[in-house]
Design a binder for this molecule. Structure first.
Ligand code: SF4
Length: 177
């Protein structure tokens, strides 16, 4: 099952998690500390969905100067992102609204990893690193990603408000720390 969506266009990609988009995790199918005990491709659907921290950083536009050069994050977000909650506003029909979204699956992680923020839970598990203490699977609250300052809430500009040719001027460091 595809698990993530990303949108790609001329050295710009942006990701949308294919999940209940930061909703409450379905605990029934979550194995104990699954994020420490299993690789991404061993997770069941509920675990995959629950792994998302809800930061919204994957919904920021990114670019690389030339193919293969370091990916730069901007504070420009997808037009569908709710900039208060860091959630997709039209999750169910997002691919119809933004048809150039692409799915990201466990098998495509190696190709996509540089386009994900270093704090992304999928990237952490893929790299064998622990989740942050603010991750809701550890803290027990979906609010802690915001309280810890890791979400994009109130920190980004929608893509329709900028000139695409000026994207580079919106580069930020905080989104990939
Ligand atoms: S953990 Fe953050 S960056 Fe990773 S998919 Fe979820 S919202 Fe996106």
């Amino acid at each position: 099952m595809p698990n993530w969506i990303s949108r790609m266009g001329q050295a710009i990609k942006h990701f949308w998690p294919f999940i209940t988009k930061f909703g409450a995790p379905r605990t029934a199918n979550l194995r104990e500390k699954f994020w420490e005990r299993y690789s991404l491709n061993e997770l069941n659907e509920a675990e995959w969905e629950a792994l998302c921290d809800g930061c919204g950083r994957c919904c920021l536009l990114k670019f690389e100067e030339t193919e293969g050069s370091p990916v730069t994050f901007t504070n420009v977000c997808c037009k569908l992102l709710d900039r208060s909650t860091s959630r997709c506003q039209h999750y169910e029909c997002r691919s119809q609204i933004v048809p150039d979204c692409i799915n990201l699956q466990p098998k495509t992680m190696p190709d996509m990893i540089d386009w994900l923020p270093r704090s992304c839970a999928y990237r952490l598990v893929h790299e064998g690193r622990p989740l942050y203490e603010w991750h809701h699977l550890k803290s027990g609250s979906r609010d802690t990603v915001h309280q810890a300052g890791f979400s994009v809430s109130h920190r980004c500009i929608p893509e329709y408000e900028i000139d695409p040719d000026e994207l580079e001027s919106y580069s930020v460091d905080w989104a990939n720390q």
